[in-house]
Design a protein around this ligand. Structure first.
Ligand code: SAM
Length: 332
């Protein structure tokens, strides 16, 4: 049940607020992690209580074994667990014997319940926020709660763990030194292409969350706007039917157009533009012709320019030539 702003805090919360102390919280460091170079003391992992504050706790993205010992301690020691969906978190609770109160905190009730949660935190509660899967705040609720907690001086602690974006990056086989997480693209093609155009020149791998029914169209738009870059579709990570399909955006789009939407949850990773490695003339022509299959002359030129690092004017002029047209005077 959603708490209200005037909800009474528990005995545990009141005594914690009064003493400002806890068994495994900030004020009572236990020791250093063996071999750790950090001067930061380790916290004990046997849950007997928590410092007051908001704990952002990552949960598994499929395989329930992917939860950390510390996450379990925090979820056991918290006064309540704020859940994107209490029924989903119930599965985790059953598996690990978590009996803390579960409170719904999701996009539809967040504005209404947030003041009550902040009041409860201010009164000394230790509350843990989880989403249905993975890391809260990553395409999931939690940002405004953290922002408000920070604004009023409530300690916010990360309990890191699984995230589909990073799990996909780990297996994609694409450059991982620089990446941009772009979340979900718009559902409609025109808006999706606009957003992709903005991302085309970013010199980094791009990470997208995508839904199965939209995958084929989204890959097609990516190929049209980003060029035929190397990419990977990571599906059902950590689950029974885990699969990673790697290839150029064109061939991935073609595959899913023919095969139809796959089942399950999906992350798409796209490699960075290959600026600096100028393509051969034949490669350039092939890329332009492929892009022209699904995009306008302007869009195709922009995509190939972004993918190759060549000036857009040069690609546009070549695309016109390939279509047997002359460039207008101002473009040469
Ligand atoms: N906060 C979560 C995280 O840290 O990964 C993501 C939440 S977002 C609402 C859900 C999306 O994450 C799915 O639509 C899918 O794109 C991706 N996702 C989640 N679990 C996945 C999995 N096991 N394999 C592949 N993608 C997954």
């Amino acid at each position: 049940m959603a708490p209200s702003a005037d909800q009474k805090s528990s005995e545990k919360e009141r005594s914690r607020a009064a003493s400002g102390r806890s068994e495994i919280g900030r004020q009572e460091p236990i020791g250093l992690v063996p071999g750790s170079k950090s001067a930061e003391p380790a916290r004990e992992t046997e849950a007997t209580g928590l410092s007051p504050g908001l704990y952002i706790v990552a949960t598994p993205i499929g395989n329930l074994g992917d939860i950390t010992l510390r996450a379990l301690d925090v979820l056991r020691g918290a006064d309540a667990i704020l859940c994107e969906d209490t029924r989903v978190t119930a599965t985790l609770a059953r598996r690990y014997g978590l009996d803390a109160e579960r409170i719904a905190y999701h996009d539809h009730n967040a504005d209404a319940v947030r003041p009550g949660l902040i009041a409860r935190l201010a009164a000394g509660a230790a509350l843990a926020l989880v989403s249905d899967a993975g890391t809260p705040l990553v395409s999931d609720p939690g940002f405004k709660l953290v922002r408000e907690a920070v604004a009023v001086g409530i300690p916010v602690t990360a309990v890191p763990g699984a995230s589909a974006a990073l799990a996909a990056l780990m297996v994609a086989g694409l450059p991982s030194d620089r990446f941009l997480f772009a979340g979900f693209l718009p559902a409609k093609s025109a808006a999706r292409r606009r957003e992709l155009r903005e991302l085309a020149a970013v010199p980094a791998s791009l990470i997208f969350y995508e839904t199965a029914p939209r995958l084929g169209d989204a890959l097609g738009d990516m190929a049209a706007m980003l060029g035929d870059r190397p990419a990977a579709v990571a599906r059902e990570l950590t689950k029974l039917h885990e699969e990673v399909r790697r290839g150029g955006l064109e061939s991935l789009a073609e595959h899913y157009r023919k095969a139809g939407p796959p089942k399950g949850e999906i992350v798409v990773i796209v490699g960075p533009p290959t600026a600096g490695l100028a393509p051969s003339e034949a490669d350039l022509d092939a890329q332009i012709l492929a892009a022209l299959q699904t995009a306008s002359l302007r869009e195709a030129s922009a995509a190939v320019a972004a993918a190759t690092g060549l000036p857009r004017r040069q690609v546009y002029a070549r695309a016109l030539a390939l279509q047997g047209k002359r460039p207008p005077p101002e473009t040469v």
